[in-house]
Write a protein that binds this ligand. Structure first.
Ligand code: G6P
Length: 606
């Protein structure tokens, strides 16, 4: 979502804030701003990218205290006025905010009745005015912020500075992440460690309801009742290099290309060749408990949900436990029946997606047993769950998920193996899966080597207004993720359907203008899938097939042939050509590949 950066220390804040904002831009990117305190608050904010902001921040912007923001609009259109930071009328207080203040309308009406003039349409501006009023009545900025937040309903991560207290920043969290970065005689805060790793790898994550006061020589954290809390700093594994494009034209291509290594890291130290099992110590579960679950329910949003569908299939096939996936955003609102015999699995790359976090909290409130499959160590979901599997895929910067998707699918294969081997999955089948997993990275290399061919195909198909993606059973989540990637980054309309359902409706859409990408693995459903291709071609539809061999009859216009693994693991490999197809289609259409319009990397609002 939006990004926050704050700095207090001996250096000039402005370049540090701009650099940090650039690192956060993938979270939200329609406007940006900074404010620096130096004998009064100096503010610059613009509609546009951080690069546009950098152009209007003058070199004379000196001062060792400041806050910055990059925005993804919720209240009010992207504009200079609606960009953060927001100032109080007397220009004493500056605030940046992620999240949504639900009672902003009511608070604003009261302030307006009191004669306050608002300069923006945002919900955030009420905070600036309210904190300024409270600051007049209280001795500390901390107390003024605490008092203001008591009157606020909604979610927030905020950073606040006061022109009259040039040595401190106050940050607070409720539903939107805030991480404090500990430096040498300097302190940082941000909504994501990405903005901090260039300066420090010692961080502290705030919990919901916590507030922190940062001064150059240290920080204090407080619970909502003003009691001081004790926090243990965490060392971040990722460094600034992980956030570079590494010579690739886009983060997305870098992240697609990294998959042999990222997936190896997900498996590392977890595969046991002796008993053909997976070691997942982070689950915090003994064998008896692992055997006790009668169902598995998986929740996540966007691509995380689709990887959950792959996961459900793996668990049903390998462990023979009924499993299904559901969007966390739906699950949390339908008053779900929480069953003590079900293992709930929450998936999130960022660990901060609000809908997924809220679903986890709802489950825990009702006594559900929840584990997480999460990439970002120390993130809100990782802290909330009872145990889990970290992906170790490294930071994913491009908005569209690729390496986290495949690493999540691998983590599910490990979980399925683990659940299966304490039940009826035989050692021979366990060995088959372990060996299959080991083969995946090399096979991905082979698919990546077909990049040029896939780029040509992408050019050929990209100018169609619409594309259909079909797959059966294991291939269906692959088709859904393929369609999702294409629509997210190329803006080509893409629809995914189970191949078996095509004849029950969407076949009416098929014709020369609507080509089909068909997922056709060499499995027990091959003949059924080939029949579907025949039906599409009989209606004048063009077919781009992704599978393990060319069909004997001329059933496809183009074929991408990929290496074969075990049937249960094939979906992981079948995903890769579709990532490349979407990437090259987006490039061919001149799209902003890493920052597609209207989207944000982690959606920390409802
Ligand atoms: C957003 C992103 C998607 C992502 C989803 C879940 O909608 O645009 O690409 O799949 O959030 O993100 P998470 O961090 O929870 O995996």
């Amino acid at each position: 979502m939006c990004g926050i950066v704050a700095y207090v220390g001996p250096k000039d804040a402005a370049p540090i804030l701009l650099e940090g904002l650039q690192r956060l831009e993938y979270r939200g990117y329609d406007s940006a701003g900074v404010v620096v305190s130096n004998k009064g608050l100096k503010l610059r904010k613009v509609k546009g990218r951080v690069a546009d902001l950098a152009k209007v921040v003058p070199a004379r912007f000196k001062g060792g205290l400041g806050i910055g923001h990059t925005r993804w609009a919720t209240h009010g259109v992207p504009s200079d006025e609606n960009a953060h930071p927001h100032l109080s009328a007397d220009e004493r207080i500056a605030v940046v905010h992620n999240g949504i203040i639900e009672n902003a309308g009511e608070l604003r009406a009261k302030l307006e009745a009191d004669g306050v003039t608002f300069l923006s349409e945002t919900d955030t501006e009420v905070l600036a005015h309210l904190i300024a009023r409270a600051a007049d009545e209280n001795d500390s900025l901390e107390e003024a912020v605490r008092k203001t937040l008591k009157s606020v309903v909604g979610t927030y991560g905020i950073a606040v500075i006061d022109a009259e207290r040039p040595g401190e920043v106050v940050v607070a969290r409720n539903g939107s992440p805030i991480v404090v970065g500990i430096g040498e005689k300097e302190m940082f805060a941000a909504s994501d460690v990405a903005a901090l790793v260039r300066y420090t790898r010692q961080v502290v994550h705030l919990e919901d309801g916590e507030l922190a006061v940062l001064k150059a020589d240290g920080f204090h954290t407080f619970a909502s009742d003003a009691r001081e809390t004790a926090k243990e700093p965490l060392t971040v594994d990722w460094d600034a290099g992980h956030y570079d494009t590494g010579g690739y034209e886009h983060y997305l291509l870098k992240e697609i290309s990294e998959q042999p290594e990222t997936m190896t890291r997900t498996m590392s130290g977890r595969l046991d060749e002796r008993f053909h099992v997976a070691h997942l110590g982070g689950l915090n579960m003994d064998a008896r408990e692992t055997r006790s679950f009668r169902r598995v329910k998986i929740i996540g949003c966007g691509s995380a949900y689709y990887s959950g569908q792959i996961g459900a299939q793996l668990i049903e096939e390998l462990a023979r436990i009924p499993a299904d996936a559901e969007p966390a955003s739906e699950f949390r609102y339908r008053n779900p029946v929480v069953d003590p015999d079900t293992l709930y699995v929450a998936i999130s790359q960022s660990g901060e997606t609000y809908d997924t976090l809220a679903a986890v909290q709802e489950l825990k409130r009702k006594g559900g047993r929840v584990i997480g499959i999460v990439n970002a160590v120390g993130s809100a979901i990782a802290r909330e769950v009872d145990g889990g599997i970290y992906l170790h895929a490294g930071p994913e910067v491009s908005v569209a998920s690729t390496k986290a998707f495949t690493s999540t699918s691998v983590a599910f294969a490990l979980l399925a193996l683990h659940l299966g081997r304490v039940r009826d999955l035989s050692p021979a089948d366990g060995r088959r899966v372990v060996e299959g997993l080991r083969r995946l990275p090399g096979q991905i290399e082979e698919i990546l080597a077909q990049g040029d061919k896939i780029a040509e195909l992408a050019k050929k198909y990209a100018d169609h207004p619409s594309m259909m993606f079909v797959g059966r059973v294991r291939g269906y989540p692959v088709a859904r993720e393929g369609a999702q990637k294409l629509k997210e980054i190329s803006y080509v309309h893409a629809e995914a359907y189970p191949a078996s359902e095509l004849k029950h409706g969407p076949l009416a859409l098929i014709g020369p203008d609507m080509p089909t990408v068909a997922i056709v693995p060499d499995d027990e459903l091959l003949d059924k899938n080939l029949t579907t291709l025949g039906e599409i071609r009989a209606r004048g539809g063009r077919v781009l097939m992704v599978g393990h061999r060319e069909p004997e009859a001329k059933l496809a216009d183009d074929v991408i042939v990929i290496p074969k693994n075990e049937i249960e693991l094939d979906p992981i490999l079948l995903t890769i050509p579709l990532q490349l197809l979407a990437y090259y289609a987006a490039v061919a259409l001149g799209r902003d590949v890493d920052k597609p319009r209207n989207l944000a990397k982690s959606v920390t609002v409802e």
